[in-house]
Structure formats: C-alpha cells, structure tokens
Design a protein around this ligand. Structure first.
Ligand code: NAP
Length: 220
C-alpha cells in the first residue's frame, strides 16, 4: 500500500522504516522538500522510501500517518492540504504535549476536547483515527518489547476506517486481541490524557518499554 507519513521525528522514521520493510511504499513529508532527517531515513530505509513536503506525502499516501509535533499538528495537516487528504484515513499518532515548562510535559488541550478532535473539526473531510499515541515508537513497531498482556487503543468516527487501521496495526504486530476500540473520536480525550501518566511511568522505570493493560472482569 502507499502510505504517507507527516513527520520526520523518531516516530515517523521508526514507523516508516518498519512499513518499508513490510513492503509498503512510504513517502515521508516535512515542511521542507530537502529535510536532512528525511533524506537520511530514505537512504537507510532503501527501496520503497521516498521524501517530500507534507503535501507530497499526503498526496502520495492512500493512508496517511500524522507523526508531527502535537503543538504544530494542525499547521502540519493544513500544509499537507485538505485537497490531498479528503476522503483518506489519517492515523493521528500525535500528542498535545507542551514541554515549555519543563518535565513532565503538560497537555495543551484536554478534558472536554482533544487534538484528534481539533484535527477532525478543522478538516471534516478527513477520516481521523487516533491510534499508537500511548506507546513509545519502539513499542509501536514491536509490541513484543513489552512482555505479557497489553493493549493499544484506537478511536474514530468511522467503523470502516478503524477496521482498515486495525489491519495496518496487525502488520505491525498488534493482533486483534490487543486492540481496544474506545468508540468515536471524542475518546481521544482519554487516550491523550494518558500521556501525563505515561511520562511519570517513564521517569519511574527509566525507559519506555512498557504499556497499559486493561484487566476486565464480568459485569456486576
Ligand atoms: N516519541 C515517541 O515515542 C512518541 C510516542 C507516541 C506519540 N508520540 C507523538 O508523536 C509525534 C511525533 O513525535 P516525534 O518525537 O517523532 O517528533 P516531533 O519532534 O514531536 O515532531 C517532529 C515533526 O513536527 C514537525 N513540526 C515541528 N514544528 C512544526 C511547525 N511549526 N509546523 C509544522 N510542522 C512542524 C516537524 O517538521 P519538519 O519535518 O519540517 O522539521 C517534524 O516533522 C508527537 O506528537 C509525539 O507527541 C511520540
């Protein structure tokens, strides 16, 4: 499949490398056509890896992953262009983190709204699915880094879009039993609000190879 990745950071590069290794044609987008991190990634990832602007990546992808800085995600998606994205699935991996007051980061939006909802509202023609934002990039592409039962949450307004994303997540190693569909895009409030907890846990463990597990009993 043709996949566009918005973002040249560790998340975009890690997902891009894995997806190329699985045989997908990946175009990584950036603000600039000649981004050094993207060029180095494409060289290392090899055949199937291409680079360009956010707009070029959005245009090239049948499915597009938003792996941009949360504080600039709306700008990045705007640069990618609704004309290039309308009707397509945008997997929103970004988190609305503000590091300007030091660690741990705070959230720029929470409780009654989320970054995923802001993107969905600003670009109603895009099929936004929130996923992958609650695990570290290494775990995203290799769930076996964390032993035992643990899950990935997804949400979005459209069932068919979530089913397609679930297939892609399956290719990354996230089997169906590990996927928890939390409902419509407003559930992104919950998954984005896990990030302050996630950051505290990382400080405690000293590394990021951990994940959340929901232990579910029967109804009362
Ligand atoms: N690190 C993780 O393991 C992890 C795990 C889960 C979720 N996340 C989330 O995934 C996202 C990506 O994280 P990351 O660490 O890989 O990268 P990042 O440093 O948070 O973001 C890098 C991307 O943001 C773009 N960007 C920065 N300022 C911009 C602006 N003013 N306008 C438009 N785009 C701008 C950059 O564009 P250029 O390419 O042009 O420089 C670059 O592509 C974040 O939202 C993060 O919270 C990260």
């Amino acid at each position: 499949m043709k996949i566009g990745i918005l973002g040249t950071g560790v998340v975009g590069r890690t997902l891009g490398t894995k997806l190329v290794s699985l045989g997908h044609a990946v175009t990584m987008g950036s603000r600039s056509e000649s981004n050094k991190a993207a060029a180095a990634w494409a060289k290392a990832a090899g055949k199937g890896a291409a680079t360009g602007t956010f707009a070029a990546a959005a245009k090239a992808g049948e499915v597009v992953l938003n792996c941009t800085s949360g504080q600039h995600a709306l700008e990045a998606v705007a640069l990618a262009g609704s004309d290039n994205l309308n009707g397509k699935i945008l997997v929103d991996v970004s988190n609305p983190l503000d590091f300007s007051h030091g660690m741990p980061p705070t959230l720029t939006v929470c409780n009654t709204d989320s970054l995923a909802e802001q993107i969905q509202r600003a670009f109603p023609g895009i099929r936004v699915v929130k996923a992958l934002n609650t695990v570290n990039s290494a775990v995203m592409v290799d769930p076996s880094l964390v032993p035992g039962e643990h899950e990935l949450f997804l949400c979005g307004n459209e069932r068919a879009a979530k089913a397609k994303v679930a297939e892609l997540l399956g290719e990354l190693g996230w089997t169906r039993d590990r996927l928890v569909d939390l409902g419509d895009i407003t559930a992104a409030r919950a998954t984005e609000m896990l990030l302050p907890f996630w950051a505290r846990a990382m400080t405690k463990f000293g590394h990021a190879n951990f994940n959340f597990h929901l232990a579910v009993g029967g109804p009362a």
